[in-house]
Design a protein around this ligand. Structure first.
Ligand SMILES: C[S@@+](CC[C@H](N)C(=O)[O-])C[C@H]1O[C@@H](n2cnc3c(N)ncnc32)[C@H](O)[C@@H]1O
Length: 273
């Protein structure tokens, strides 16, 4: 039992002594499904890189804006890859508030994310939850959760929000995207947000925090605008194309923040023609 008390929501097989991407992120978003080890890394990284708090909130805000955009463009089915630990404003809440028949499948590799998703979704017949590595697209697409919930004759939105920076170049992130692109019908969408910056925009004062996260939680691959754009092969980017996260369809001055043009992260939505 690792000397740490295991809460009832924590599946028995998880290591309470190692931080996880999903639990550190949950902590940063103000959630309750994290352990001391997650909070320790989370606090240290934020202390060194205070701007990160706004970066994280911006990814989540993009998710909400993108889902609303997709609903407005007729999408009623969502495949949310790397969906994380549910917090306020989840995809099914936004989608089903617009159309109670909207369907969502949440996929994450993290056992806490999946257990908590299942717990809050009990009784919602139009939402599926799957614990799988999204890099194994076949396993996701052939799963009963996906096959039973999503109709591949109708447009589907594939969401990869704050996910692909956890897929290094050596693991072919564009290939991962393509595996999903190839099976969704014309008129489907891809929404991506991604950690990244152009040459010269990284502050060396952030290196320690980056190293700590990379070693302790998971390596992150930052990509520049053109690398993020290359993930959209086979999609037509909707305006404004690959944008700094706050500049993708901002809905209020709060979305824009102080320095949107140098924001460390990008977002885009593309439509499969
Ligand atoms: C930074 S969180 C983002 C969560 C959510 N998309 C959001 O925007 O709030 C990244 C999530 O991706 C998940 N993840 C990372 N690599 C994954 C993989 N190969 N397969 C499935 N999930 C993965 C993590 O467990 C984590 O929950």
């Amino acid at each position: 039992m690792d000397g740490v008390e295991r809460p009832v929501w924590a599946p028995g097989d998880i290591d309470l002594s190692r931080p996880s991407i999903a639990r550190v992120y949950d902590y940063w978003l103000g959630g309750a499904h994290n352990f001391a080890v997650d909070r320790a890394v989370g606090d240290k990284v934020i202390a060194d890189v205070p701007v990160l708090r706004s970066v994280i909130l911006n990814h989540r805000a993009f998710l909400r804006r993108a889902v609303r955009y997709l609903l407005a463009h007729g999408i009623r089915q969502f495949l949310d890859l790397g969906s994380g630990i549910p917090t306020v404003g989840n995809v099914h809440e936004i989608a089903q508030s617009v159309d109670p028949t909207a369907r969502v499948v949440y996929v994450d590799i993290d056992p806490v994310a999946v257990a908590h998703s299942r717990a809050i979704l009990t009784g919602n017949e139009l939402v599926g939850v799957l614990q799988t590595d999204v890099r194994d697209a076949r396993a996701v697409l052939d799963s009963p959760e996906v096959r039973d919930m999503l109709d591949f004759d109708q447009p589907i939105a594939v969401l990869m929000v704050a996910l692909l920076h956890f897929v290094p170049d050596a693991e072919d992130p564009a290939g991962v995207v393509a595996a999903y692109r190839d099976v969704i019908p014309a008129g489907s969408f891809l929404a991506v947000s991604h950690a990244g910056h152009e040459d010269g925009e990284w502050d060396p004062a952030w290196d320690d925090a980056k190293g700590l996260y990379n070693r302790g939680v998971s390596p992150i691959t930052y990509r520049d605008r053109s690398s993020v754009e290359s993930l959209f092969k086979g999609f037509d980017l909707v305006a404004p194309g690959v944008a700094r996260l706050p500049l993708w369809h901002p809905e209020s001055p709060d979305d824009l923040g102080d320095d949107a043009t140098h924001f460390i992260g990008y977002a885009a939505v593309g439509r499969k023609p």
